[in-house]
Design a protein around this ligand. Structure first.
Ligand code: FAD
Length: 321
């Protein structure tokens, strides 16, 4: 039976995040020919909202309010609850980003449904939707079956392929009026502290440095390699604790969970808490001077050597490609 699915979009710097397009692809599959509706929240979003049609949605709903200019759990939950109550969908899909992780459980509690969080794939069997999600820091996978009721899930970025963009697909953005009550939290300024312009959680290439980098100034060689590869720089907690870089770059159990196409671990030993955040990367390359380092056990390719020799050489070689 076909289903109507809402996709809650996420905008950063005036553009949809990739995970929104991945959520649309997941919603299309679940909808089985039903209607997929993108929901866009913000202060003034019409122009951006128009572009969502290119990624395969059938309808686009926008909720505009100065109270939605920045993400706040209160504002977003109120707006989304109103949209869900109006639309009465069969399913809701959104990204497992810091916003998704925050707002989805709140919304689930408000509307009285369960939530499948952090799904990395899905399959449909008859009327059932089966989501797969990593558990125990990625050491095992669990299948969660939604048999009936609302299909509500967050999906991990970089795991479900987005549909190909089609600029000829267009439509008319519909407006939903929501009376958002005064917010307890006001965001006055957003300070960005990622080194490169590439968002770590959505980057297809990550070059991550550990305590082996020996100093903040040495992260420059990682910036150079990441730039040549069009990637982002990440770090182990060892590097963050040593004040080589900001905690915003930390990958692992208590940092960001990433699944890039290519993860290059530089001077990182491979502690279980680090591996929890990156072990699902498609290809892992480890550079470490210790041949016994744990990281080599999960690496697809290992380079035993001094990172200060290896990394600049890699950068030079990639520049030639
Ligand atoms: P180290 O373990 O010190 O490894 C440095 C590596 O660099 C070594 O393997 C060494 O051989 C290599 N090296 C040194 N010099 C060179 C060189 N010149 N060339 C090549 N290689 C070199 N850690 C995380 O990363 N993320 C988390 O989210 C996280 N959460 C945690 C949560 C808890 C509750 C706890 C207890 C710990 C957590 N940790 C986390 C910390 C984790 O246990 C490790 O301490 C940390 O990952 C180690 O960082 P590292 O690999 O950079 O440093």
């Amino acid at each position: 039976m076909s289903k109507n699915i809402l996709v809650i979009s996420e905008i950063r710097d005036g553009q949809f995040r990739n995970v929104t397009f991945e959520a649309i692809a997941a919603a299309k599959e679940i909808s089985a020919g039903g209607e997929v509706t993108g929901v866009v929240l913000g202060e003034s979003v019409t122009e951006t909202a128009n572009t969502l049609f290119h990624y395969g949605v059938d309808r686009v709903l926008k909720v505009e309010s100065e109270k939605l200019a920045q993400y706040t759990p209160e504002g977003y939950t109120q707006a989304l609850q109103a949209v869900v109550e109006k639309e009465d969908p069969d399913g809701i899909i959104l990204g497992h980003t810091s916003i998704g992780r925050d707002v989805a459980p709140k919304l689930a509690a408000r509307i009285g449904f369960g939530l499948v969080s952090d799904a990395i794939s899905l399959e449909i069997t008859g009327e059932e939707v089966i989501f797969t999600r990593p558990i125990y820091s990625g050491k095992a996978f669990e299948k969660m079956v939604v048999k009936d009721g609302l299909i509500f899930a967050t999906i991990r970025p970089n795991n479900i392929a987005a549909l190909e963009k089609n600029d000829t697909l267009t439509g008319k953005v519909e407006s939903v009026d929501v009376d958002i009550k005064d917010l307890q939290t006001i965001i006055k300024e957003v300070v960005k502290n990622t080194a490169s312009g590439v968002d770590l959680s959505e980057a297809s290439v990550i070059v991550a440095g550990g305590r082996g980098m020996k100093g903040a100034e040495n992260f420059k060689i990682l910036d150079e390699l990441a730039e040549v590869l069009g990637g982002a720089v990440g770090a182990s907690r060892g590097a963050c604790d040593a004040e080589y870089c900001d905690y915003a770059l930390q990958i692992g159990q208590t940092g960001k969970v990433v699944t890039p196409d290519l993860y290059i671990a530089v001077g990182i030993s491979g502690a279980i808490q680090h591996v929890a955040g990156m072990s699902n990367s498609k290809v892992i390359v480890a550079i470490n001077k210790d041949p016994e380092a744990e990281i080599f056990q999960i690496a697809d390719y290992g380079i035993v050597g001094d990172l200060f020799d290896v990394v600049p050489k890699l950068t030079e070689e990639f520049k030639k490609v």
